[in-house]
Ligand binder design. Sequence first.
Ligand SMILES: Cc1ncc(COP(=O)(O)O)c(C=O)c1O
Length: 389
Amino acid sequence: MNTKSAVPFFRPALGTEEEQAVLEVMRSGWLTTGKIALEFEKEFASFVGSPFALGVNSATSGLMLAMEACGIGPGAPILTTPYTFVSTATSALHLGAEVVYADIEPDSYCISPEKIAEQLARRPEIKAIVPVHVGGAVCDMKAITGLAKQHGIAVIEDAAHSFPSLTSAGYAGTLGDAGVFSFYANKTITTGEGGMVCVHSPALAERISRLRMHGIDRPVWDRYTSKNASWEYDVTEAGWKCNLPDILAAIGRAQLTKAQSLFEKRKAIAEKYNQAFASLDFLRLPPDGQGNAWHLYLLRIVPAKLTIGRDVFSSLLQADGIGVSLHFIPHFQMTLFKNKYALRAQDFPNALRQFETTITLPLWPGMTDDMIDRVIQAVTATGKAHYAG
Ligand SMILES: Cc1ncc(COP(=O)(O)O)c(C=O)c1O
C-alpha cells in the first residue's frame, strides 16, 4: 500500500445515482440551466424550509449576488470574520464595498457577537453582517440577527460549510436575509462546482435571479420552452453569468437525496475521533454546538503540551500518509487584506490562536474503519512522540 495516499483528505460520495442523472441530462439535449436546475432549487428550498432557493455556479458568485441584492456596494461596508475563505471578503470587494472585520469567539471559529457590536458602534455605515459557519458549526444567529435588527442592516450567512446544519430556529442559511451554500467538490454535498442562495423576500429572489443571468428579464428555459417562446427579452442593467447548469444540478439532486445519510456518516466519524482524542491533554476537540453539519473536523493542538507546533505536527501526519488541511489562513495574514486595511494580527487574538493550533483531519462519508483508525493512531502517536508533559 502506498502510505503517501493511505487516507486522502477528502473524496466525494458519488455513486451510480449521480452517474445516471448526468447521463440523462446529456441524452436530453439540454445541458444548461433548465428544468433540472428548477427541480433542484425546489427540492433544496423544501429541504431547508426556505421560500426561495436560487442555483448559482459557486458560493462565491452567490455571495456577490446576495450582497448586491442586499444593497452592498461602494460606501456600504460589510462586517465579517478574518477566519474565513478569501471569497467571503472578495465578493464584497468586487462590488466596490469595504470589508470590516470582527474577531471570532475565544473558543469557537464563529464571529463574536460582542465584537460585532463593538464594530457596529464604531462604524455605523456598515450595511450587512456576514457570519460564517466555519466547519459546519453554527454561529450565534440569535445574537447576530438581533444586532442586525437593532441597526437596521442585513445578515447574509456564508453557509458554504453548513449544509445540513439544523438548529432550533431552522437550518443555517435560512436564518438571516440571505444564506449562501457551496457545492464545491469537497463540500457536504457537491455538484463539482456550484452553490445555492436562499432568501425569504420575493424582491431579493427576483433580483438575484435576474443578475445571475446577465440581467435578462426572462430565464433562458422560459424563452425556449414556454408557450410564448420567443427571442424577445429586455435588459435593464448589467448582470453576471452565474447560473447553475442542469448537468451539475442533476448531480446535486442525487446528492440531496443522500444528504441526511451522508451527514450521519460524517457525524459518526467525528464522534469516533472525539472519543479517541478526548483523553489526550495535548489536543482540544473541535468546538461543537447546535446543528453542526460536521463539514470539517478542526482539531486543535495544545502548544504548551508539545515540543512541536502545528506546522510540524501537520507535516508529520502528512508524511505518515494522512491527508490533512488547514482552515483558514486568516485574512490579516494575506497580503491583499493586510495591506488594504492595515490589519494587525494582535487585533484578532482569537483568530490568531485558532489559526496557529488548528489541523483539519480527513472527514468524509466513505472513510473505512481502517482509515479512521489510521488517522487516530497517527495523531495519537505523533502527539505522544513529541509530548512536553
Ligand atoms: C467559508 C467559505 N465561503 C465561501 C466559499 C466559496 O465557495 P465556492 O468554492 O463554492 O465559491 C468557500 C469555499 O470553500 C468557503 O470555505
